[in-house]
Structures are given as structure tokens and as C-alpha cells.
Design a protein around this ligand. Structure first.
Ligand code: AMP
Ligand code: MN
Ligand code: MN
Ligand code: MN
Length: 297
């Protein structure tokens, strides 16, 4: 067994087709958080689109991984345990993707449980904000879509607003109300960066800064985020992601080289109607970068 290979990857060995130029998609969502498809359906869509190595990275939740793994193995894909952890750093939300960790590790399991408990109380506050803005019934509506108060995300509110006819598209619900600093946003303290990275490392995984191009930090703050993350043991950033515009690929290629980060890639697929990129549809990582999976295969 390769000693650099994290524990949460199956099968034990996987022959990459096309001399290693495999199609990797290491970031997407299912019904276990704010995606629209069941984990097995996401797996089928990934395989149909040519993905060979796949990770499901639901927000703060691991309950979709078992179904995702069995579906992936049946479809002949390699499966990597994944999660996207919500973190508050310097007053803004940052997402940290964990890859390849042991999904039953108690440190990870308990840490995520705490974040999910806070989601339900935050959703009630968002519901009250909407009522103040003159839109009633959003908490109940979002809860019915999420199916579980501990998984309630802004996406469920956005979908409810669209279904109830308050906005023309789900994106418009974010643009008008739910975006960061939008009128329906409420203050929220997620996990700390230290906690998120330490849970991932404790469980044997690799920590990745998700879609760095989405954060609204100053250059000094960005330097602080990347340096602190690296000091904590974080080793990679996403470069090619559905949450970056194509012109940002080169920008974050430079960032990865400057800080010595490995690079990850993934569609950030949530649903056909809502996502910028489909599973397996993005270009390969820039050749100058070391991929996050170097040494795993
Ligand atoms: P939450 O974790 O509840 O704060 O929800 C965050 C999720 O909402 C993200 O993972 C995205 O799926 C979605 N999201 C956040 N901001 C936007 C935005 N400006 N436009 C579209 N979707 C967004
Ligand atoms: Mn999401
Ligand atoms: Mn994200
Ligand atoms: Mn995501």
C-alpha cells in the first residue's frame, strides 16, 4: 500500500485510463446537503460524463458517502471520501474541502455535528429576516425542501423563494436577498479554520481551500488566509472549479505555485438547472501544477 495514500479512497488500487490523464471531479453536492440529486444519482451522472475518480463533498455532512461509494464502485469509478466544511475566517465564510479522510473518525464526525446544530437556529433567524422583509413562510418552505433542519442551507431558501414565485430564478434569490451581505443574510459563526483543518488531518485526509476566487478579502487578508492555512497543515487549493470563471484558473495557478500548494479540481455541481459546470465537464488542471492526488495512484 502506498504510504502517501489517505485512508478514505476505494478501491485499494485503481488503474487510471489514458496514461493517467483521468477525469477527476472532486467537488459536488447531493441531497445530503444542498444538491438536488441523491448520491447514487450524482454518481450515475458523473460516470455517464466520463468521470473516473470522484468525490462527493456535501456541506458539513457525511451521510451521503456510503451510498455514493457503493454506487461509484458499481459504476467502475474510484471514490474518495469528501466533505466541504463551513468556516468563518476574518469575518467571512470560507469553505474547506476535506478529501480522502476516514469518514467514521470521531473527531470529524463530532465536529461536523456541532456545525449542523447551528444551521437550524440560523435558518430560523433567516426566516425571521424574510418576514421583516415582508415575505412570510420561508422557514417552513425551506425546511420542507431540505427535509432536515440540520441541513438547511441558503440554497433551500432560494429554491423555496423561486417555487413560491417571489423571484424568477434561484440565482435571483441570491442576488436580491441571500448573497453574502444581502438583506436576508444573518451573522453566522461557522467552525474556525484551525478546527476544520485539524478535523481533516486527524481523520487522515487532505485539506483544500475551496474556490478561493469567490472570497472577498483584501490582498493582505488573502496572504494571511493562504499562509495560515499552510501553517496549519493545509496542502492544496482548488484551481479549476465551476465556482471560478475560466480567467481565474491562471490566477490561482500562480497562487498555488507561489505558496507551494497542490491543486484540486471539481465542478461544484448542485443541480442541472443551478450549476455553472456539469460533473466532469471542466478542463484539466494546468500542467505546471502538482495535482492533489499526486502519489495516490
Ligand atoms: P450556506 O452554507 O447555507 O451558507 O449556503 C451556501 C451555499 O449557497 C453555497 O454552497 C452555494 O451552493 C450557495 N450560494 C452561496 N452564495 C451564492 C451566490 N451568490 N449565488 C449562488 N449560489 C450561492
Ligand atoms: Mn452549496
Ligand atoms: Mn463552496
Ligand atoms: Mn460546494
Amino acid at each position: 500500500m502506498n504510504k502517501d495514500r489517505p485512508p478514505g479512497i476505494s478501491p485499494a488500487s485503481f488503474p487510471l485510463r489514458d496514461g493517467g490523464k483521468a477525469c477527476f471531479d472532486l467537488h459536488c453536492h447531493s441531497l445530503a446537503s444542498d444538491g438536488a440529486l441523491a448520491p447514487a444519482a450524482v454518481a450515475r451522472r458523473a460516470a455517464a460524463n466520463g468521470v473516473q475518480v470522484w468525490s462527493l463533498t456535501d456541506h458539513d455532512e457525511l451521510c451521503g458517502l456510503e451510498e455514493a461509494e457503493s454506487a461509484a464502485l458499481e459504476l467502475g469509478m474510484c471514490f474518495i471520501n469528501g466533505v466541504e466544511i463551513s468556516v468563518t475566517w476574518a469575518g467571512h465564510t470560507v469553505h474547506i474541502v476535506g478529501l480522502g479522510f476516514d469518514r467514521s473518525h470521531p473527531v470529524m464526525v463530532q465536529g461536523l455535528e456541532e456545525i449542523r446544530r447551528d444551521r437550524s437556529e440560523r435558518a430560523e433567524r433567516i426566516g425571521r429576516r424574510f418576514a421583516e422583509l415582508g415575505i412570510e413562510g420561508t422557514y417552513a418552505g425551506a425546511l420542507a425542501l431540505a427535509g432536515n433542519e440540520n441541513l438547511l442551507s441558503r440554497t433551500h431558501f432560494a429554491r423555496y423563494l423561486w417555487q413560491a414565485g417571489h423571484v424568477a430564478t434561484v440565482q435571483e434569490a441570491f442576488d436580491l436577498y441571500l448573497r453574502d451581505e444581502g438583506p436576508a443574510q444573518v451573522p453566522m459563526k461557522w467552525a474556525t479554520l484551525e478546527d476544520a483543518v485539524s478535523w481533516i488531518l486527524a481523520a487522515g485526509g487532505v485539506a483544500v481551500i475551496a474556490h478561493p476566487g469567490r472570497y472577498r478579502y483584501t490582498p493582505v487578508q488573502f496572504d494571511g488566509l493562504f499562509s495560515t492555512f499552510r501553517d496549519l497543515g493545509g496542502t492544496a487549493i482548488e484551481v479549476v472549479t465551476g465556482s471560478h470563471r475560466p480567467e481565474q484558473y491562471a490566477q490561482y495557478e500562480s497562487v498555488a505555485r507561489y505558496y507551494g500548494f497542490r491543486a484540486s479540481c471539481g465542478s461544484d455541481f448542485h443541480s442541472k438547472a443551478e450549476s455553472r459546470a456539469d460533473l466532469g465537464s471542466l478542463p484539466p488542471l494546468p500542467a505546471s501544477l502538482t495535482p492533489v492526488w499526486q502519489g495516490w495512484f
